[in-house]
Ligand binder design. Structure first.
Ligand SMILES: [Zn+2]
Ligand SMILES: [Zn+2]
Length: 387
């Protein structure tokens, strides 16, 4: 089963959908136009059920196979939202919305899953039910979690879930996957260090929070280098250091630090939170300052399940001849929440030699469409073979 011929036929149509979505990017949960386009198409394809408003602006479509005697139900998920980036691709279908851009290829993901939905609705060559899931707010907002919290998995009896992301630098239309931890947990923290401001020429009359904060920034590097097991992966980055005064001759009263923590295990996640608290409060106290730490747990580690990963790789090999071992990725992925609720797997499809995702120069590669669509359709037909 290489690329399905039907997707070669549909490629121009799916490309047109993708470019229309690209031209009209929407952020977070505000995917009103996109969700409407998706729901209209699913209805036009003849899906058995199309429900909007799951997870605020998420859309769910149900496609029943020619038989349902297997009792199997699998969920196929795409994301729909764009990023707050000003596009710099120069393509004729570039974003018409200033400051918003499909810089992560979710336009391509949505178009490919729509293409698969069209094909599966036409052919129904499987024994079971396919639930296509279109989620908003992957780029922050946790739209996947909100769809789960709306009871999506139970409402449609979804037993397994699959997801796909395009990946720049990976050969066009090739696949890569890994079992177990794949994408990192993405937490953020903010630390407010209070001292006592005053004249910069009279530091002895102040309690200087900048020196305290600089010490904290340095000390936080010891979490990765001295506390975490060196064979595990962890990132602790300070990304913002803001003083309450910007004058040349004033010692500020307050410093606000912000940063992010990326981990691939629950142990390291707990460790990072605990050590950030200890180091910030301990060092602040040693310097006569106070520290308030707000640690926010965002997306959890995205963990691929072994059996579904092996199956997903098998289908990928049938489409592209091979399936590579994917690297660990320290970015986050909202699909983690769905994989916490149901077994499943997430795969990367090569976008070829393009700019990286989240770059203003990035563009989804339409030549990946036949491979991506074929993988989606292959999952359904192989997991739930028709008699
Ligand atoms: Zn992204
Ligand atoms: Zn993405």
């Amino acid at each position: 089963m290489p690329v399905k011929n039907r997707f070669a036929e549909l490629q121009a149509e799916i490309t047109a959908w993708r470019r229309d979505l690209h031209e009209n990017p929407e952020l977070l949960f505000d995917t009103h136009r996109t969700s409407g386009v998706v729901a209209d198409k699913l209805r036009a394809f003849g899906c058995d059920e199309v429900v909007e408003g799951i997870g605020r602006t998420g859309v769910v479509g149900v496609i029943k196979g020619k038989a349902q005697s297997s009792g199997k139900v699998i969920g196929l998920r795409a994301d729909m939202d764009a990023l707050p980036i000003t596009e710099n691709t120069g393509v004729e279908y570039a974003s018409k919305t200033p400051g918003a851009m499909h810089a992560c290829g979710h336009d391509g993901h949505t178009a490919m899953l729509l293409g698969a939905a069209k094909y599966l609705s036409e052919t129904r060559n499987f024994d079971g039910t396919v639930v296509v899931i279109f989620q908003p707010a992957e780029e922050g907002g946790g739209g996947g979690k909100v769809m789960c919290d709306d009871g999506m998995m139970d409402r449609w009896g979804i037993q397994e879930v699959y997801g796909m992301h395009n990946w720049p630098g990976q050969p066009l239309g090739s696949f890569a996957i890994r079992p177990g931890a794949f994408f990192a947990a993405t937490d953020v923290f903010e630390v407010t260090i209070e001292g006592r401001g005053g004249h910069a020429a009279k530091p002895h009359e102040t309690i200087d929070p900048t020196v305290t904060s600089a010490t904290i920034v340095t000390a936080l590097q010891s979490i990765a280098s001295r506390n975490a097991d060196p064979v595990s992966q962890i990132v602790v980055s300070i990304t913002s250091f803001v003083t309450s005064s910007q004058a040349f001759n004033v010692i500020p009263a307050r410093v606000t630090l912000r940063g992010t923590v990326r981990t691939l295990s629950a142990e390291n996640r707990d460790l990072a939170e605990e050590r950030i608290n200890q180091l910030c409060t301990g060092i602040a106290s040693a310097y006569n300052c106070s520290a308030k730490v707000e640690y926010t747990r965002n997306y959890p580690v995205m963990v691929n399940h072994d059996e579904q990963t092996a199956f997903a790789a098998e289908v990928a090999r049938e489409v592209s001849g091979d399936c590579a071992d994917a690297p660990l990725i320290m970015g986050g992925e909202d699909f983690a929440f769905m994989l916490e609720e149901r077994p499943g797997a997430y795969i990367l499809v090569g976008n070829g030699d393009t700019a990286m995702v989240h770059s203003p120069e990035y563009n989804f590669n339409d030549e990946a469409i036949p491979a991506g669509c074929s993988w989606w359709a292959g999952l359904a037909e192989r997991r739930m073979p028709a008699a």
